[in-house]
Design a protein around this ligand. Structure first.
Ligand SMILES: [Zn+2]
Length: 166
């Protein structure tokens, strides 16, 4: 067995197989890092960072929300990530003329106009955080958000943004 130490808190070791290269979440501080183990030795251990660059042509308020969403993710603030990512997407869709009362209605309007792909729409519909609930999420729903869900939402934002901002 090999081990790697969390590069964020420097306080937590995780046991890993002798050959390993993947993302991990620290059990102590909850932040993500990438460990590469070869032949039983840790070769690289680095904080995992999610970079989401605002495309040219979106206004500065939107760009700042987007940057903040990935900044939150990178420090392990997953609920805040989702709140900022949703706010970003809601405003982006609205500005591009895709109207609706909820985020999901706006995504549906974009789908109806052919602005997002079938796949993106299907994913958005099946994702609890973007899909089937009302305009305001409850504390309960936010309480269940972890690294995986926050990353899923950021990836969906990336996809939808690519389709909509040309
Ligand atoms: Zn840690």
């Amino acid at each position: 067995m090999a081990s790697a130490r969390c590069p964020h808190c420097n306080d937590s070791y995780v046991s890993l197989p002798d050959q390993f290269h993947n993302r991990l979440q620290c059990a102590m501080c909850g932040k993500m890092f990438v460990a590469e183990i070869r032949d039983g030795r840790a070769r690289t251990v680095s904080p995992a960072t999610f970079v989401l660059d605002p495309p040219a042509g979106i206004d500065s308020q939107l760009a700042s929300n987007l940057r903040e969403a990935s900044a939150c993710f990178n420090v392990g603030a997953y609920k805040a990530t989702v709140v900022m990512a949703r706010r970003f997407l809601e405003a982006l869709l609205d500005q591009r003329g895709f109207k609706g009362r909820t985020l999901f209605e706006r995504i549906r309007a974009a789908d109806a106009a052919g602005a997002v792909s079938e796949l993106q729409f299907g994913l958005a519909r099946s994702t609890r955080i973007l899909g089937n609930y009302g305009a305001h999420y409850s504390d309960d729903e936010l309480a269940q958000i972890g690294a995986d869900e926050a990353e899923l939402v950021l990836n969906m934002v990336r996809q939808i943004m690519k389709s909509i901002v040309k």
